[in-house]
Ligand binder design. Sequence first.
Ligand SMILES: [Zn+2]
Length: 65
Amino acid sequence: MLKVVRCPHCQVKVSWEYNPNRPFCSERCQTIDLGAWAEGKYCISGEEFDQESKSENGDDEEGSP
Ligand SMILES: [Zn+2]
């Protein structure tokens, strides 16, 4: 009796026993899913705050002597 699992990324059914990329169906799904997970972990917050500091790009320098 083969154990079958679903790929966390594309939900396809794959054999657990003979799957080197388990629980994923393929190396591609593994890379994509782990990559997305790692990216999401690093973009929890802080991206939007970056926009405010962009205003100091220097249009007209009023304070220049
Ligand atoms: Zn997959």
